[in-house]
Design a protein around this ligand. Structure first.
Ligand SMILES: C[S@@+](CC[C@H](N)C(=O)[O-])C[C@H]1O[C@@H](n2cnc3c(N)ncnc32)[C@H](O)[C@@H]1O
Length: 308
């Protein structure tokens, strides 16, 4: 039996060809009509400035910032790039704005920040302050961004690292989805830490895969489908974003799923030429290597046989 599927398809292709021919001059006319006017059209960007030293910012991010009329960023980030922001209208970007509370970490689940790294604030005080400021900052961002884009201005929201990985400003992408925001990519702490390790992280003795995850710290984490037990079973290399978790407790959790001789590495301050630090050991020896030192907020943990 001869299938009849071929014929209508050929007919459709023929019809499409005719339409394209007929449509060609029309398209040209339309192009003339819709030629962009000289007026600047407004746009919203979520821009990575990278991690570590300021020269880790990309050329594309620099160009985007140069063209931005208005910039949102957290205080430290605005200070780090003060020279690029001169003459621009700047605003506080907040932390975790426009994200439903149930999707954020439970405040009581996180350890307090080492005082030296947090200018004396406890983690709880900082979180409370953030929550108090949230309604004002959200209202301000809504008003400023919508008015600016409608007036043909360019707005940049700055973020460190990859703005899509455990990042504080992804709420802007959903809140302003109707404005079609553009994400300008940049160097994640993951990339900078890989470079610091100086090894092929996808070429372990038995593993060829890498999973980015975060240290368990939330009581709900154990119930998640991608809990530590499940991830550890894959024996893929695991890279943990640490977010102020307690290191010694975390090593105990790892030891419940891995043999003591499993290699582990800590990369602190990745991307800073002067301060970057790599510590490699095994699960059995890492606590001794760290020696009770409080780890900085900026550290990633790697577990995997590529470290052997
Ligand atoms: C809120 S997440 C932000 C991650 C960011 N989006 C990125 O792509 O690097 C913060 C966590 O990223 C990691 N981190 C950020 N900067 C780092 C750095 N310079 N060196 C090592 N880890 C870093 C730490 O685990 C920290 O707790």
């Amino acid at each position: 039996m001869i299938s009849s599927f071929g014929r209508p398809r050929r007919a459709a292709i023929h019809l499409l060809g005719c339409l394209l021919l007929i449509g060609a001059p029309l398209a040209a006319d339309t192009a003339v009509e819709s030629r962009p006017s000289t007026a600047k059209s407004g746009h919203l960007y979520l821009v990575s400035v990278g991690v570590g030293d300021p020269d880790n910012i990309t050329v594309r991010a620099q160009k985007t910032l140069a063209e931005a009329d208005i910039v949102f960023g957290m205080e430290g980030t605005r200070e780090r790039f003060a020279d690029l922001l001169q003459g621009k209208e700047t605003y506080e970007a907040g932390h975790g704005l426009f994200r439903p509370m149930h999707r954020q970490s439970k405040p009581e689940s996180r350890e307090g920040t080492p005082a030296a790294l947090n200018q004396g604030d406890s983690g709880d005080v900082r979180r409370q302050r953030r929550e108090q400021e949230r309604p004002r900052l959200e209202a301000q961002a809504r008003q400023v961004i919508r008015e600016a884009v409608a007036a043909g201005k360019t707005v940049a929201v700055l973020d460190n690292g990859d703005p899509t990985i455990y990042a504080p400003h992804t709420g802007y992408l959903t809140e302003f989805a109707d404005l079609n925001p553009t994400v300008i990519p940049g160097l994640s702490s993951f990339n900078a830490a890989n470079a610091a390790l100086g090894r092929a992280i996808t070429q372990g003795e038995h593993s060829r895969s890498v999973i980015l995850t975060r240290t368990p710290g939330d009581p709900l984490d154990a119930a998640r489908l991608d809990n530590l037990e499940t991830l550890a079973k894959s024996r893929s290399t695991l890279v943990f974003f640490t977010m102020r978790s307690k290191f010694s407790e975390f090593v105990d959790q790892l030891k419940a799923h891995y043999p003591g001789e499993t290699p582990i590495a800590i990369v602190a301050h990745a991307g800073y030429r002067q301060d970057e630090q790599v510590i490699t050991a095994t699960l059995d020896t890492i606590l001794e290597r760290v020696g009770g030192e409080k780890l900085p907020f900026e550290h990633l943990i790697y577990v995997g046989d590529f470290l052997k």
